[in-house]
Design a protein around this ligand. Structure first.
Ligand SMILES: O=C(O)C1=C[C@@H](OP(=O)(O)O)[C@@H](O)[C@H](O)C1
Ligand SMILES: C=C(OP(=O)(O)O)C(=O)O
Length: 433
């Protein structure tokens, strides 16, 4: 399935984006291990999070929904999961596979985790190495890629681990394994990353100890208590209508009910530093997370050097930020973002190739991109099956001279079901065919 987007258009109105993907994955995982019934609203019914729900159903957990974003999970307790009858297919989701590797490493049964073509190329050594230090018996394919084969062990033990890269997935993997470890498991981050796991463990009655960059969890049989909360809209999905409204030239857009956890709002800092007119309205708490409505007005953007400390706080937003940078005056420099090379695609290469295909001067760096603001031509962009590359380049048409086609967009449904309809309603001339 390709996107065909006609040039021009004006983005205005109001919208809501689907529920947060990171929080939806974690909500199902912790609710499954809790005692009692948990209920969530705003759950993301995307392919990634539905794969996580299916994995827990295959391990004997009753999960109703998602119906209109509502999900009910009957927790089975820390030791209540059952061996699945076959491999668990995590689809396209790095989050699903890496977090489940930790959660399942200390179970009394073995399990195999598989994924699609993209996930099967992604690096798993980052979770395999520390899980082995904890005593896990875990195997992988050549190059430490999926499938991951977990075999039961008598008991995991806590470790004190310094993360080699800023990764919330690895941090979360180890904290979840720590639930099943003897003693204390500690993880030190080189830079702050999303803290949804920490917030949510506390909500389920297992608070962590944090001391600066180090976060620790105690093992032991203290049960997780079922809880219920609203999942906010995903700021990583909001990034697309947000950038659309900024670059479209005229109009004002209100994106309602978006999670604004400070470990996720790097995109707001970056776009504001570029001159973006963005306001947060109606700030409030929803469940375990801060939430706001984002008001954005068309703005004249200028290029910046993105401070490296903002990079992990905006890690999934660089495809959209790159399109904004192409519409800005002057040069935008992104560095310290080598993690972009190991996402659903090599996002540095995919962004550079896409911008080049549309006539923008861009240089791919080992750890980032140098982008010169310019004029988008029309053209054809390869998404490499990467949802965020597909959505980001659909926005380029707003400022292009001729139609833009994006290839292989089916994975947009992993994180943003309804993208085409939502963006069309706001004024993007997009068709899927
Ligand atoms: O923990 C999470 O939910 C995520 C962490 C990030 O990955 P890394 O931990 O690999 O940086 C992010 O890119 C991904 O979309 C979701
Ligand atoms: C990197 C992403 O997700 P995951 O790692 O879960 O596949 C993403 O959604 O941009």
């Amino acid at each position: 399935m390709d996107f065909h987007v006609s040039p021009g258009g004006r983005i205005a109105g109001r919208c809501r984006v689907p529920g947060d993907k990171s929080i939806s994955h974690r909500a199902v995982m912790l609710a499954a291990l809790a005692e009692g019934e948990s209920r969530f609203t705003g759950f993301l019914a995307g392919a990634d999070t539905l794969a996580t729900a299916a994995a827990f159903r295959a391990m004997g957990v009753r999960i109703d929904g998602a119906h209109d974003g509502q999900v009910t999970v009957q927790g089975v307790g820390l030791h209540g999961l059952r061996a699945p009858s076959g491999p668990l297919d995590m689809g396209n989701a790095g989050t699903g596979m890496r977090l489940l590797a930790g959660l399942l490493a200390g179970q009394r049964f073995g399990v195999t985790l598989i994924g699609d073509e993209s996930l099967s190329r992604r690096p798993m050594r980052r979770v395999i190495a520390p899980l082995r230090q904890m005593g896990a018996d875990i195997g992988a394919a050549e190059g430490d890629t999926p499938p991951l084969v977990l075999r039961p062990v008598a008991q995991l033990r806590g470790i004190d681990y310094a993360l080699p890269m800023a990764s919330a997935q690895v941090k979360s993997c180890l904290l979840l394994a720590g639930l099943y470890a003897q003693g204390r498991t500690c993880v030190t981050e080189p830079a702050p990353t999303r803290d949804h796991t920490e917030r949510m463990l506390a909500a389920f009655g297992r608070p962590l100890q944090r001391d600066g960059a180090r976060v620790c969890i105690d093992g032991g049989d203290t049960p997780l208590r079922a809880t219920s909360f609203a999942i906010p809209g995903d700021i990583s999905s909001a990034a697309f209508p947000l950038v659309a409204a900024l670059i479209a030239g005229q109009g004002e857009l209100l994106i309602e009910n978006v999670g604004i956890n400070p470990t996720r709002t790097g995109i707001l800092d970056i776009l504001r530093a570029m001159g973006g007119d963005i306001d947060l309205l109606n700030l409030r708490e929803a469940g375990t997370e801060p939430v706001a409505d984002i008001r954005v007005r068309a703005s004249r953007l200028r290029g910046i050097a993105v401070p490296t400390e903002w990079v992990p706080l905006a890690i999934d937003e660089f495809p959209a930020i790159a399109v904004a940078a192409a519409c800005a005056q002057g040069e935008t420099l992104i560095t310290g973002a080598e993690e972009l090379r190991v996402k659903e695609s090599d996002r540095i290469a995919a962004i550079a190739n896409g911008l080049t295909a549309l006539g923008i001067a861009v240089e791919a760096l080992p750890d980032g991109l140098r982008i010169q603001g310019g004029q988008f031509h029309g053209g054809v962009v390869e998404s490499h099956g990467d949802h965020r590359i597909a959505m980001a380049f659909s926005l380029a048409a707003l400022r292009a001279e001729a139609p833009v086609q994006i290839r292989d967009c089916v994975n947009v449904g992993t994180s943003f079901p309804g993208y085409v309809e939502l963006m069309r309603g706001l004024g993007l001339a997009i068709e899927a065919a």
